[in-house]
Write a protein that binds this ligand. Structure first.
Ligand code: ATP
Ligand code: MG
Length: 477
């Protein structure tokens, strides 16, 4: 692939690059934009983070750049790493000296020493990330591409610059980065590189859960997250990271009856949802929605394969998964639990007669997650039978409009009972306890069933009547 020099020069026409040129030339050091920025520039992807490598001190080059940017820029440096960061408007520039790395067996953190530009490119993860563009005036815009990254970009190929076994064993996070780039960019992983991931998969155990989740999140947010999850499965990494998902794979047949492959189904749901929402945690809910299925699977001679209660079983499995993966338990677990446990409800509703009270109950239980739940359920329709899909989507519309109608009429989302426990205690001179709870719940049930409207007077009359049936007297009220 040829890249037009004029194209690169045009891309580097922003004043900031001119300033970098001046700073590097003033210090007489070679300086380059490098890595992801160069890759994204060629791919026409916009990026705000510029990585600059110089053959010399990155910190000095950053300081020299700061002199020219004045007080509008912000400077920070990390002495231990020999890196510096300059923030200017909405751009972040990271400066580092070219380095050579060597690894030990137990850590992904290398021993670092100063090196040449070639040393620096050798340690990079993929050929498409191992390109540099010179910033010095006399060579401005010159592309350095020792591993033919440009043609790999053109062919959508991910490939390590050096021996992939060494690359992945040195820093196993690169295996996830390969899969993440494949998913984000729609690239394929070249055979030798792919096989090296299979061989080195076990090395993932030295990577922190936080970094793993960081990459999974990027896969999750890519246009077709199934690409990443398929690759995770094919390389054997998924089994080590999320074995519960791999357990969804496979089809069993008994008496000539099979069931669908729940792994493919889950990925289909995830891709469907990726088309309708950018919400990261809603996408995670899609990944987990059927996670309980393998544990409740039964074969019944009359019914065939059943997965009764998988939504409840799935919900129960989530806490353990969140703990093990260090996922955000406090902030996100309750939300995902709600979505997983309720994910069958709108479908069941759409399948049967849509009654007001069923809708009211769903609204009450889902609260503010109702809209996300509806998106998840719509994505969950993956039947290959077009008639069935049409029927579902039609009924789903019905559920949606009913939801809207009931919501406007009864306001049961985030339901607060019109009479609270304290008032009940005062009315009947009751101590806090079981009876108060029963009366409260009787009011809630009556409202959800549509026996009484969600209003104070109606609730009070109902309460007095219920209490009378229980032989409670209401004092002077
Ligand atoms: P993105 O910013 O979209 O996550 P990126 O490729 O820019 O992708 P960064 O983490 O910003 O990733 O890293 C910048 C560059 O540093 C990469 O393009 C690559 O050349 C190099 N790099 C980053 N992480 C690694 C790694 N684990 N091993 C080898 N090289 C790496
Ligand atoms: Mg980057």
């Amino acid at each position: 692939m040829e890249i037009e020099q004029a194209y690169i020069l045009n891309k580097l026409s922003a004043p900031i690059f001119g300033i970098l040129t001046e700073a590097a030339d003033a210090l007489s050091v070679e300086a380059y934009v490098i890595g992801g920025y160069v890759r994204d520039l060629i791919l026409h992807r916009s990026s705000k983070d510029i990585d600059v490598v110089c053959v010399g001190s990155g910190i000095e080059l950053a300081q020299e750049t700061m002199k020219r940017l004045g007080n509008k820029a912000h400077f920070a440096f990390f002495k231990n790493y020999g890196t510096a960061q300059v923030t200017y408007k909405d751009t972040e520039i990271e400066f580092v000296g070219a380095r050579k790395e060597s690894y030990t067996r137990n850590s992904r953190n290398p021993i670092v020493e100063n090196g040449t530009l070639q040393d620096d490119l050798n340690r990079r993860d993929f050929t498409i990330n191992a390109m540099a563009i010179c910033l010095n005036k006399d060579r401005f815009g010159e592309l350095i591409d020792p591993f033919n990254g440009l043609s790999d970009l053109d062919d959508c190929r991910l490939k390590t610059p050096l021996n992939p076994d060494i690359t992945f064993s040195d820093d196993p996070l690169r295996m996830l980065r390969a899969i993440r780039f494949a998913s984000q960019l729609g690239f394929f992983i070249e055979a030798e590189t792919f096989e090296a991931i299979e061989r080195n998969k076990q090395r993932i155990e030295i990577i922190s859960k936080e970094r793993i989740v960081d990459e999974l999140n990027k896969i999750m947010l890519s246009p077709r997250p199934s690409i990443g999850f398929e690759l995770l499965e094919q390389t054997g990494l998924l089994k080590l990271i999320l074995p519960e998902l791999v357990a969804l794979k496979g089809i069993e047949t008994k008496e000539g009856i099979g069931h669908k492959d729940n792994f493919s189904h889950t990925l289909k749901v995830l891709d469907n949802l990726a088309r309708t929402t950018d919400k990261l945690w809603l996408r995670w809910a899609a990944v987990f929605h059927d996670i309980g299925k393998p544990r409740v699977k039964r074969f019944d001679t009359k019914l065939g394969w059943t997965f009764h209660g998988h939504e409840y079983k799935g919900m129960k499995m989530l806490k353990g998964i969140f703990q093990r993966m260090k996922l955000p338990i406090n902030e996100k677990l309750p939300y995902i639990e709600k979505l997983v446990s309720l994910h069958m409800r709108p479908i069941v509703l759409a399948d049967e007669e849509v009654t007001d009270s069923a809708i009211r109950r769903l609204l009450f239980e889902a609260g503010d997650t109702i809209d996300d739940l509806m998106l998840l359920c719509e994505a969950d329709i993956t039947s290959k039978n077009p008639e069935k899909v049409k029927q579902f989507l039609y009924n789903f519309q019905l559920v949606r409009s009913k939801l809207k109608e009931i919501e406007e009429k009864d306001r049961v989302r985030n339901f607060q009972p019109p009479i609270d426990g304290l008032e009940i205690m005062e009315m009947f001179h009751l101590p806090a306890g079981k009876v108060v709870g029963e009366l409260k719940s009787a009011i809630k049930e009556a409202i959800l069933d549509g026996k009484i409207p969600n209003e104070y007077e109606a609730a009070r009359a109902f309460l007095l009547q219920t209490a009378a049936e229980k032989n409670l007297s209401s004092g002077d009220l």
